[in-house]
Write a protein that binds this ligand. Structure first.
Ligand SMILES: [Zn+2]
Length: 452
């Protein structure tokens, strides 16, 4: 169980001449939520007081507001408490944030901005949401949900308080990008990840990607989210699997039966699932799902399949072509790392697929495990370099003579915790098989050596 980081935030609302909120854009170099628009706030500081007292959170919210945008609100002022928001479990860093709201008669001029922010503005919630709908800016889901509520109902404090969630319950709003809802489901996956990101991609017609969980309560959670979409008039059209691994496909049959939906996957995924799960339609590279028109712009809403084998033979990424945001399955990870296991993975193919994904020039990416990735091309380059560095270490170790796998493991993974060695060993084998295929190493008996 992760530690929850206590934090607080203040929503400043001005009613005249129209309802506006004060919101800032976090600087690109910030570790949490870079380039995202959010209300002033931050982590609880010891000077704010003990975590056990609500007053400490209020002090924190007011201090952060003064520091970030130079607006000082008196602690005696009328400040509304909007309850907690807890980061969903896809994030390795989870905040437990107390939300407050203070109403001003009119928009107050801003002071000097802190370096944490690149800009801050007073704006009508609907205007900001419109820009978000077009993919022009980033909003964390709980902030988006609040803006949507303000845009629809005006300042209704009890409705805003109702958006509260806790450690056991997800936000009511999980749209990480317009038209892409991400539901982290608990699965039997590889630590440190504990959840797999199932995604609903689309609007009036949508795809369900990786209904991953074998656990009935998680399947019920997913079905409830889908039912909520159906109640709004949206319709699921297919279940799509990124690849055949157990932490991606385990809820597919139950969901397919419950909703009478086809299951789609790559032919190689279909072959690997023979006898376990029947795939209704095989999807190959470049396949396009046409999901009608984007209600925000009227433009066509197409999603394209990108074949990216390596982690698994039939691995697909799904690119929402409107804003080039993709579900990238197990190509990249927001938490932990990607395992290339030689039993069904291929290091050479994986490296080629990283190049292909980098060339797709994505705006952002939803990995199967961990939070959204803001610069997927940079992640692809970093992953590629990391694997090549490892490969160079293998070649350097063998330069001084033949070595058995165990000795090679100790030299090449000297920087890795020995508890991770069973997985590192499989990764090493994947590197060796790639190098053997390229005729750069050979195996004689137990020993590996360079070819020349
Ligand atoms: Zn996998």
């Amino acid at each position: 169980m992760p530690d929850f980081i206590p934090a607080a935030l203040l929503i400043l609302v001005a009613q005249q001449p129209r309802l506006q909120v004060l919101i800032g854009k976090r600087a690109s170099d910030q570790r949490s939520f870079p380039d995202h628009w959010t209300f002033p706030g931050g982590k609880l500081d010891p000077e704010d007081g003990p975590e056990s007292e609500l007053g400490s959170f209020l002090s924190c919210a007011l201090r952060e507001t003064a520091e970030e945008v130079g607006i000082v609100i008196d602690v005696q002022a009328k400040i509304h408490d909007l309850g907690w928001r807890v980061t969903p479990p896809f994030s390795p860093k989870r905040f437990e944030t107390r939300y407050f709201l203070h109403e001003l008669p009119e928009a107050m001029p801003l002071g000097v901005l802190s370096p944490e922010l690149s800009e801050a503005i007073w704006i009508e919630p609907a205007a900001l949401l419109q820009r978000w709908q077009r993919g022009l800016l980033r909003l964390p889901p709980p902030i988006r949900g609040i803006l949507a509520e303000l845009a629809v109902s005006g300042l209704d404090l009890s409705a805003l308080k109702n958006l509260e969630n806790d450690r056991e319950h997800l936000y009511s709003d999980l749209e990480l990008h317009p038209g892409i809802e991400v539901i982290p489901l608990r699965t039997p996956t590889l630590l440190p990840a504990t959840h797999t990101n199932c995604a609903l991609i689309g609007g009036p017609q949508f795809l369900i990607v990786d209904p991953a969980s074998p656990y009935p309560e998680e399947q019920a959670l997913l079905q409830a989210r889908i039912a909520a979409r159906q109640a709004r008039g949206d319709r699921p059209v297919a279940i799509v699997l990124t690849h055949h691994h157990v932490d991606h496909v385990s809820g597919a049959r139950a969901l397919s039966e419950a909703l009478e939906l086809p299951i789609q996957a790559h032919a190689q995924t279909s072959a690997l699932l023979t006898g376990q799960l029947e795939i209704s339609q095989e999807i190959s590279d470049g396949f396009r799902w046409q999901l009608g028109a984007d209600p925000a712009t009227g433009q066509s809403w197409d999603v394209e399949a990108l074949f990216t084998p390596g982690h698994a033979p039939g691995h697909l990424c799904l690119i929402d072509l409107r804003h080039r945001v993709a579900h990238v399955g197990d190509m990249l990870a927001g938490i932990g790392s990607i395992l290339i296991d030689p039993s069904d993975g291929d290091m050479g193919q994986y490296l080629d697929s990283l190049k292909k994904l980098e060339a797709a020039q994505l705006h952002s990416a939803i990995p199967s495990h961990g939070p959204i990735l803001q610069d997927p091309s940079a992640s692809c380059r970093q992953y590629y370099r990391h694997r090549l560095n490892r490969e160079e270490k293998v070649l350097a170790a063998l330069a001084s003579g033949p070595l058995a796998e165990r000795a090679l493991l100790e030299q090449v993974y000297v920087d890795t915790d020995s508890r991770a060695w069973p997985l590192a060993r499989r990764s090493l084998q994947a590197h060796l098989l790639k190098l053997r295929q390229e005729q750069r190493v050979i195996q004689i008996g137990e020993a590996w050596s360079l070819t020349d």
